[in-house]
Design a protein around this ligand. Structure first.
Ligand SMILES: O=C(O)CCC(=O)C(=O)O
Ligand SMILES: [Fe+2]
Length: 295
């Protein structure tokens, strides 16, 4: 568990935050071989991940399949993929990577999962929120087939927005760093686990966020938190994550591309999508406990 950061600790961490989306590169990084990026390409991916909180890559020769996700994870030194413990419950056999596809998961135990099995909008969230804040460092989504319509990736630079809140309204920002303000409830395998944690915290001097506003997330007001302070913080972050905000980005990850995102800084989601008979959206997702790095 992380301890509750002081205002000084929050301010010191916020001072190191860079606005991630003010310089998003137009083109993805081309990857010729996911199992061997070469030092220049690997450096470019890591640099973009650090600068923008994410990096989109184009898989030039590899098929956009789980084996490529595995190779990419190894090349970027992300460590073993993390399997959330609740995925290993019940009858289902845990797989290192999740298939996100209404078409592919139809008739399976994932068919009713709001993200994996349905074509609905998936609101902004961080992955692995049943774990402690900051535990799942990076997420990778490989696009085997983009949707015919919709299925855009939504990103929110929660760190930079929070740093702004801290400067404008420290009471509201401190409230959001209190444990128990953000409640996540499990939605898989009939599991009803919940994890109450802070919305934002400081780990090793860095601001970390688990800002999530899906149907399985809710706000709570712990005894020691002033409700008005928290409400102002929630409102500020909600507005900062709207389309048109400098902290919001939306684009389509195309077939054959992948996105690697910093799950401790950036919240992500996707817009609703529609498949056609010959174009059925399918993404593969891996969660990792390390940020990408270069050998
Ligand atoms: O479908 C997508 O693009 C993202 C889905 C997602 O974020 C998730 O399942 O955790
Ligand atoms: Fe996600």
């Amino acid at each position: 568990m992380s301890t509750v950061p002081s205002l000084q600790e929050l301010s010191a961490a916020a001072a190191t935050v860079i606005t991630a989306f003010d310089a998003i590169p137009e083109r993805p990084v081309a990857i010729a071989d996911a199992s061997d990026l070469g030092s220049e390409t690997a450096r470019e991916v890591v640099q973009r991940y650090d600068r923008n909180g994410f990096c989109v890559v184009e898989l030039v020769a590899d098929d956009p399949v789980p084996a490529t996700l595995k190779a990419l994870g190894a090349s970027l030194r992300l460590g073993d993929p993390f399997i959330p413990p609740l995925y290993t419950m019940g009858a289902s056999k845990p797989k290192p990577f999740s298939t996100i596809s209404a078409a592919r998961n139809s008739g399976t135990s994932d068919a009713d999962h709001p993200s994996f099995g349905r074509a609905d909008c998936q609101q902004l969230h961080t992955d692995g929120t049943l774990q402690d804040i900051g535990f799942v460092k990076a997420g990778v989504l490989v696009c085997e087939c983009a949707a015919d319509e919709g299925g855009e990736t939504m990103l929110f630079d929660a760190s930079a927005a929070y740093a702004e809140l801290l400067a404008l309204d420290p009471d509201a920002a401190v409230a959001m760093a209190m444990p128990g303000t953000l409640v996540r409830t499990a939605n898989i395998n009939g599991c009803t686990d919940e994890n109450r944690g802070p919305t934002v915290s400081v780990i090793d001097g860095a601001l970390v966020s688990r800002y999530s506003v899906t149907d399985t997330d809710s706000w709570a007001v712990p005894d020691e938190v002033n409700e008005d302070d928290l409400r102002r913080g929630i409102k500020f972050l909600a507005e900062a994550s709207e389309p048109g905000s400098p902290h919001y980005a939306e684009f389509k990850v195309a077939t054959g591309q992948a996105i690697i995102f910093d799950n401790t800084r950036i919240s992500h989601g996707r817009t609703a999508y529609r498949d056609t008979a010959d174009q059925r959206r399918c993404m593969y997702r891996g969660l990792f406990l390390r940020h990408p790095s270069v050998a």
